[in-house]
Design a protein. Structure first.
Length: 406
């Protein structure tokens, strides 16, 4: 059971949710919801017979509220999240899994133009290289899971309804039966966890057995996710990015994903790759990402990093996949350590930080206590205007400085 514990979190992130998303209580009983939702499903093209057969005798999954309330990729410090998921055990298991399936990975890489090690890293993050797919604590009937999510009316109701209807369509198309369509608590399916809407667009019969089965076929799963990544904008031949060192006095306001610049722009300002490595292409467009401020690792990211965020919106998840990709290729840990002694804000302080930045004219996002790139950019702008290192890292120290000056 311990082997599966580190994989539980992978199944809590498949829809790319933000921590603290608004939740609404169900406004009717589950039976009434199932009865009333039929009209919406039929209007979306699901036959009445398919809907009734798939939902006959269905009961709400009582574990869903607990799963949706605990999403560590958004609440855990990024270094704890990454180190918990890119463990030495996961790295060694992944290298062995790739070696066992090398012809398949090589073929998928050639066919779709996607780095097979990125696919292997997603496989490891999402299902622990398939090990968790037989664990019924975490692999559940998709129809029940998605019906329960829609009934809960969390802060992404329209998206949950779309996934529920997509799962019904998978059954209607004959790709699976209601009793065999299984996945995560959020409805994602198979080795690399395709959400149902992605299944409908990208699921592929790569092994040629006449079925699109990303749960039972690793070949189908890898091909399906490779197609998904390409459609998200994956660029063949480009890495996700690389760790760099910044010189003393560097202008941190140059960080941010809003503007791509050639690597030469940063090299001319004293930015170097770690461990004496060279830039492979000074014309490659990158952006500077500083996830833990001036005292943590820094990265120049290509567009392929944002493709990983398209697969799952969490930066912690995307950077973990990127790092696991490199570790599977034989690289070591990040060179710079994380600021492990940093003190973080509670929710009330996060809300107050956003309110103060908004009043000062730096923040134009929603005041919700969720500290993403928009808040970091606003804090960085305030820091730059007030003579501080503009790294945008919302620590207690940065918050106290904001309170003192605003």
């Amino acid at each position: 059971m311990k082997r599966f514990a580190s994989s539980v979190a992978a199944f809590t992130l498949v829809l790319g949710l933000a921590a603290g998303a608004a939740h609404s209580a169900p406004n009717q009983s589950f039976d009434a919801f199932i009865r009333d939702f039929e009209a919406k499903a039929v209007a979306a093209g699901i036959s009445r017979d398919v809907y009734r057969q798939a939902t006959q005798g269905l009961t709400a999954d009582p574990s869903i509220p607990t799963f949706q309330a605990t999403q560590p990729e958004f609440e855990t410090p990024i270094w704890d999240y990454i180190e918990g998921r890119v463990s030495e055990r996961r790295v060694s298991d992944g290298r062995a899994a790739v070696a066992r399936n090398k012809p398949l990975f090589d073929r998928i890489g050639r066919e779709f133009g996607v780095d097979p090690y990125i696919l292997a890293a997603i496989w490891g993050m999402e299902s622990d290289y398939g090990a968790i797919l037989s664990n019924r604590t975490y692999i559940k009937p998709v129809i029940r899971s998605l019906a329960s999510l829609v009934h809960q009316r969390r802060g992404r109701l329209a998206a949950d309804e779309a996934e529920f209807i997509a799962a019904l369509r998978i059954i209607q198309q004959g790709d699976a039966r209601a009793d065999t369509l299984v996945g995560s608590w959020a409805g994602a399916i198979g080795h690399l966890q395709l959400i149902p809407t992605a299944f409908l667009r990208y699921a592929t019969d790569e092994d040629g057995d006449g079925r699109r089965d990303p749960h039972g076929s690793l070949a189908d799963a890898l091909a399906s996710s490779a197609k998904y990544l390409r459609d998200l904008g994956y660029q063949t031949g480009h890495d996700w990015g690389y760790e760099v060192e910044l010189p003393s006095g560097f202008d941190y306001s140059l960080a941010g994903r809003e503007h791509y610049r050639p690597a030469s722009f940063f090299a001319q300002r004293g930015v170097k790759r770690v461990a004496g490595r060279e830039f492979s292409d000074l014309n490659e467009n990158v952006f500077l990402y500083v996830p833990a401020g001036r005292n943590g690792p820094k990265f120049l990211m290509t567009a392929n990093y944002l493709v990983l965020k398209g697969y799952n919106f969490s930066d912690s998840y995307a950077l973990a996949v990127a790092h696991l990709t490199d570790r599977l290729k034989g690289a070591g840990p990040f060179v710079d350590d994380w600021p492990r002694n940093a003190h973080f804000l509670n929710r009330a302080q996060r809300v107050d930080l956003q309110e103060r930045l908004k009043r000062a004219g730096y923040y134009d996002g929603e005041v919700d206590g969720r500290l993403g790139p928009i808040t970091a950019r606003a804090l960085s702008a305030w820091q730059a205007a007030n003579g501080q290192v503009a790294d945008g890292f919302a620590t207690l120290e940065a918050y106290q400085a904001l309170r003192s000056g605003n």
